[in-house]
Design a protein around this ligand. Structure first.
Ligand SMILES: [Zn+2]
Length: 267
């Protein structure tokens, strides 16, 4: 029987999501906010890469173009190890809040930054804040992106329409994201749950997915998942996944390949 595919995806926002959040931030950035993102680059990424290497798995790292430019050595190292680098906007602006011209600019700058850094363009996209727009979906399809991972119309991969072209949607959900459970910033007061409870919840979803024969995606942030008290529980979760003969860990682009041409549904 074919194994159920699980994608471990990481949004490497670093400092971009804070730096460009509001125009006044650029003039007088909040160093505390920025420093949290920098932890993700400095400590988070190396811990995650070591763990994935230990279990022999490849992941997907969604990075804003501005992050790729500011931390090109770190992103290049992720790619060198065989992991997928995917598009996550350029300034981490939410597409649904931008003009069409700005959406074009965000998509094109993000592609250029990744291509310059790792030598080839991305094939996958995740909208910052999961605020995708119909227009940006069309831009992605026109540029031959094979998948998006920002929507929630199903709990298994499906197809969405982008400017008349089918694009695979690898759906997300807030409960399968580390941030609502374990993230905390001055602007977002998360519950800071016991990580063991969170990974039990995630394992329940894995068992449900195996029962349904459906492939799933988890979304994480290096500055959240790689904190010491969380990372131990996360490492156990990943080791358990890697050792389970009913599942296979795949990067998003390979997971999307398994679903190309699956029936179209409304996004
Ligand atoms: Zn993000």
């Amino acid at each position: 029987m074919e194994r159920v595919a699980i994608a471990l995806s990481f949004d490497v926002d670093a400092d971009s999501s804070q730096l460009y959040r509001a125009p006044r931030q650029a003039a007088n950035p909040d160093l505390s906010d920025l420093s949290l993102g920098l932890f993700g680059i400095r400590r988070g990424l190396p811990r995650i890469l070591e763990l994935l290497s230990e279990v022999g798995a490849l992941g997907t790292f969604f990075a804003p173009g501005a992050t790729v430019l500011a931390h090109s050595d770190a992103i290049r190292e992720v790619a060198r190890l065989g992991h997928e680098i995917a598009h996550h906007g350029h300034h981490h602006f939410a597409p649904s809040e931008l003009s069409e011209a700005d959406q074009v600019s965000e998509v094109e700058q993000g592609i250029a930054a990744i291509e310059d850094c790792i030598g080839h363009p991305p094939t996958g996209y995740r909208a910052p804040e999961w605020k995708l727009s119909r227009f940006t979906l069309g831009l992605l399809a026109e540029r031959r992106f094979t998948y998006d991972s920002s929507l929630m119309a199903d709990d298994r991969p499906y197809t969405v329409d982008g400017a008349g072209r089918g694009i695979v949607e690898l759906p997300v959900h807030w409960a399968l994201d580390d941030f609502p459970h374990l993230g905390f910033t001055a602007a977002y007061a998360g519950p800071l749950r016991n990580p063991h409870e969170v990974f039990q919840l995630w394992w329940d979803e894995v068992e449900s997915a195996i029962g349904d024969r459906r492939d799933i995606v988890f979304c994480m942030h290096p500055e959240v998942i790689a904190r010491g008290w969380i990372f131990g529980a996360f490492s156990s979760f990943v080791a358990r996944l890697a050792g389970d003969e009913r599942t296979v860990l795949l990067p998003c682009e390979q997971l999307a390949e398994r679903h190309r041409g699956v029936g179209t549904e409304a996004s």
